[in-house]
Write a protein that binds this ligand. Structure first.
Ligand code: HEC
Ligand code: HEC
Length: 342
């Protein structure tokens, strides 16, 4: 506070000081010093921004969001009557990561980060949900080496739970034939999710998936000894595998993980986001769609002719409208980073 006041005082006195020769010299040196100081300070701030990875991640995120907003308006053929915001608010790719960072990343991770690209300082205390219910995710869950790592149950009270014990004892002792059968079971459970990215693969492996559905029930694979699968089973003590990872399953699970169909009374800390009205149906749906990789993608032909973000075509009325939109941000300090032209 003192230095700016002093500078102001000196500047106010400049016209009088400048009447003497020595004073004029002083004024010149003073102004030059101020200018130099400003340049040095700006340089320092710039360097700090560059090295500030949090800022960089948020900036990258802002660029991605602006590009996505343009893409959405273009595919919609312009801004709808209800305004561009409705378009943005209904987009899983834009809203999913924000909702995740805000409500889920205190325990979970998404590919190691909080959904928006930042890595929380606290260690994760629940699974990494990138690719949830995909073949890869389930293969890791049923891997004796991985099931008790923080990527899966390692951070939870199920670190030494029944599933971990089953995988580390029973599955670890599987012979080659049983491992081949387990691979089919994984295909079958994953197919319940009907993930858009696996549509082709699921069609191709239809026979193995059908075999896997039968194997789930066998005494050899044991799954339905604890889980319910497609046939109602009141004695099931483990989360329902019927429709596992589908949109409906995820909306129901995140809405109420402590429901008997899922973790019941053994639920470990995860809030019942729907039942307790922390998130509404739309938010639950957006999260489910985003986790499932289920959002609108422009046809390749459209994408190819899409104007480059740096090209002249940015001046199209639609492009300008969208890039100027003040998207709601998770943190206040980055609001200026929303404009990709900065
Ligand atoms: C307070 C910690 C916490 C928060 C916050 C939390 N979860 Fe969980 N979540 C868990 C735990 C612990 C489990 C393991 C099963 C259980 O106890 O319900 C879990 C399980 C899951 C599962 C099943 C896969 C698995 O690892 O068992 C999904 C899907 C899931 N959470 C999604 C979410 C989403 C989406 C959000 C945010 C809307 C969220 N969770 C917020 C702690 C949390
Ligand atoms: C001994 C009982 C038991 C057996 C056998 C068993 N599970 Fe589990 N499973 C559980 C329990 C209980 C949980 C919840 C975590 C815990 O309490 O350990 C679970 C969790 C899971 C989950 C994660 C659910 C979530 O939170 O998203 C999947 C997927 C799963 N099991 C699949 C299978 C498959 C596939 C098989 C058969 C190859 C199988 N389980 C065999 C008891 C079992």
């Amino acid at each position: 506070m003192i230095i700016p006041s002093l500078i102001l005082l000196v500047m106010a006195a400049m016209p009088w000081v400048g009447r003497w020769r020595l004073g004029a010299g002083f004024n010149t040196v003073f102004v030059l010093t101020l200018g130099l100081g400003a340049v040095v300070l700006a340089g320092l701030a710039l360097r700090e921004d560059r090295s500030n990875t949090e800022y960089q991640a948020a900036r990258r995120q802002a660029h991605t969001e602006a590009a996505r907003a343009r893409e959405l308006v273009q595919t919609a053929g312009g801004i709808p009557e209800t305004g561009a915001l409705t378009l943005l608010r209904a987009d899983p790719l834009l809203q999913g990561p924000r909702l995740f960072a805000r409500h889920c990343a205190s325990c979970h991770r998404y590919d190691g980060h909080d959904g928006l690209g930042q890595v929380p300082t606290d260690a994760p205390s629940a699974s990494d949900l990138k690719g949830f219910a995909s073949r890869e995710w389930l293969t890791g869950l049923l891997d004796p080496q991985r099931v008790a790592t923080p990527h899966y149950f390692g951070g939870t009270r199920f670190e030494a739970g029944r599933m971990v014990r089953f995988v580390q004892k029973d599955v670890a002792a599987f012979d080659d034939a049983q491992r081949a059968n387990l691979a089919k079971v994984i295909l079958a459970v994953s197919a319940e999710a009907e993930l858009p990215a696996q549509r082709e693969a699921d069609l191709q492996d239809a026979d193995a998936i059908a075999a896997g559905r039968e194997l789930i029930r066998t005494r050899e694979m044991k799954c339905t000894g604890c889980h319910q699968f497609r046939v109602p089973d009141e004695d099931a003590i483990a989360p329902d595998l019927t429709g596992y990872g589908s949109r409906a399953w995820l909306v129901d699970f995140v809405g109420h993980p402590a429901h008997v169909r899922f973790y019941g009374r053994r639920n470990d800390r995860m809030p019942s986001f729907g039942r307790d009205e922390i998130l509404d149906e739309q938010a639950l749906g957006l999260l489910a769609d985003w986790l499932r990789g289920d959002w609108h993608r422009p046809a390749p032909a459209v994408a190819a002719t899409r104007p480059s973000p740096h090209g002249k075509s940015d001046a199209s009325p639609v492009g300008v409208e969208v890039t100027r939109l003040n998207l709601p941000r998770p943190t206040g300090r980055l609001s200026s980073a929303g404009d990709p032209r900065r």
